[in-house]
Design a protein around this ligand. Sequence first.
Ligand code: ARG
Length: 435
Amino acid sequence: MTEPRDPTQATEVHRVADPGQTRVASYLAHPNEVSRVLLLYSGGLDTSVMLRWIQDEYDAEVVALTVNLGQPGEDYDVVRDKALRIGAVEYHVVDAREEFAREYVTPAIMANADYGDGYPLFTALGRPLIARLAVEYARKSGCDTIAHGCTGKGNDQVRIESTIATLAPELKVIAPVRSWQMGRDEELAYANKHGIPVKGGSESAPYSIDDNLWGRSSEGRWIEDLSHAPDDDVFQLVTRPEAAPDEPQVVEVTFEGGVPVALDGERLDLVELLDRVAEIGMRHGVGIVDHIEDRVVGLKVRDIYEVPAAAIILKAHRELERLVSTIHQNQFKPGLDRKWAYLVYAGLWYEPLRDDLEAYIRHVNARVTGTIGLKLYKGNVRVVTRESPNAVYDAQLATFAESGGLFSQNASPGFIELWSLQSRMAWRVRQGAES
Ligand code: ARG
């Protein structure tokens, strides 16, 4: 095994030519500024090694914080015991599910949030909340520095550090994984040496997972091989469509002002509703996305997403929004939605443009009230019914059954003549130029 590196080599600030003068970024901590660290702790290998490594490298106290955003199957008592056993002086777990659903997922639904055709942003939405809570708990527990387990290749470092630097200029950041240059084997050896328990054994490298109540991503292993079709074992939430029930199921999602409020007629609070929708989607093989993604930092990566709730809710929302909006609104909003999604993806939650866009997005959504029925069948989600008091739809007008008296069909040719006027003239001019 390799020993931890010389501490003067081990941090980002020390790797610059003149550490006294230069920092890669103003918010990075010099080792001598670090005495009490708020660590964003998941209980996994990276952050467990980090918990111990920070105590040793910086001679600092560590306060560990875990944020519950509805990641399934997490036992926070186990995480707490582990943190305390590795030497945390305090441990906190925050149940932020309600706030996450209300303040982050809700605007994402209103914005039909999608990045790069398939990623509903669950991780990107969670990071600014996690970082905000890190700031809150760092201040409450007298920490000078926040530590996180993001690598130097991903989007999450951007999201977390942007948020911290925005909200708490007085706090510093360390990101040991970015600089310690330990690989998985070295981390395992380090864990071994310091008696840090390793969940699930150490034989094979696991997928890199991130999840919350809005979805789950897997990265790493064969996923990095673009020619490798998904192995079944990557799907831990969603039933494989081929194994899903032979009977379809119809679910009805009711929205009020753009917010989902009921499932099959039963009013539920948002966290519960998202949970139940996810469960139904999982059973029917819904929400599997095999995604190539352009990260903020330039890399392209492949993610396998399981997003059963988002696949259903977003489809229903988009349908209802289209129904209550005019053709002009429907053509305009996707551009704003795309910009909103990109700002969130790229870690700029606190960018004022997000607020500006949301003012419009929320205004449109005030009318997004009604119920959408969707049929789920072996991985497929299809809208089958729509109902809204605000629908810009009149069955009388649209019907083929009889000639309605509401406008004269005989007026249409006059419209067509003017509507096509410029196009016809331009066509003729071009025909002339060619001959
Ligand atoms: N590609 C997605 C994103 O950038 C998911 C990242 C998952 N994060 C992780 N640490 N595994 O938002």
